[in-house]
Design a protein around this ligand. Structure first.
Ligand SMILES: CC(C)(COP(=O)(O)OP(=O)(O)OC[C@H]1O[C@@H](n2cnc3c(N)ncnc32)[C@H](O)[C@@H]1OP(=O)(O)O)[C@@H](O)C(=O)NCCC(=O)NCCS
Length: 136
């Protein structure tokens, strides 16, 4: 059974292996743990049968006006079962009351977020692809 939880109690960074699929320099499980701990809010999808974290979402926010969802991922073997949608709904509940929730995604995911109520907006960003890299 998949349950949704917003704490790390009873877990270790090992439980976070298997994410950031295809990333050239993925965060280590320890860094992933730190990302969760330092986020304004996060939700994990936890499989109680296998005792594995199979999905997660994080949010940064001032808690009043603006929120941003930097990371949403469901492990490949658990995709297309509604877990991503549930994670977004769960994090939105924890962000209730803010004026805006923004995120950045690849073009092919735009239809996915449209089904979840998001709209396309113009935006700009700066990416530091490697740690200590000079911004371009
Ligand atoms: C994107 C991602 C989080 C979606 O999670 P998921 O659990 O597979 O998605 P869900 O099962 O909740 O999908 C919900 C709905 O969106 C649809 N959907 C899923 N992926 C889609 C896609 N790429 N494009 C359009 N629709 C999509 C599903 O068919 C489903 O529709 P339904 O409710 O009508 O059946 C997951 O594919 C993933 O982790 N991808 C790799 C990491 C990534 O790209 N993260 C997003 C960064 S912005």
């Amino acid at each position: 059974m998949i349950v949704y939880r917003d704490h790390l109690e009873g877990l270790t960074p090992e439980a976070l292996r298997g994410f950031f699929v295809g990333w050239p320099t993925p965060p280590t499980p320890e860094q992933h743990w730190e990302i969760l701990e330092r986020s304004f809010a996060f939700v994990l999808a936890y499989d109680t049968d296998t005792q594995e974290v199979v999905g997660f979402v994080t949010a940064l926010s001032d808690g009043v006006f603006a929120a941003f969802i930097p990371l949403l991922e469901v492990r490949p073997g658990h995709q297309k079962c509604g877990i991503g949608k549930a994670l977004v709904q769960q994090i939105e509940q924890r962000l209730a009351g803010v004026y805006s929730i923004d995120l950045v995604c690849d073009p092919e995911l735009v239809p996915y977020y449209v089904t979840l109520g998001y709209q396309s907006l113009a935006g700009q960003g700066k990416r530091f692809r490697r740690r200590n890299a000079t911004p371009q």
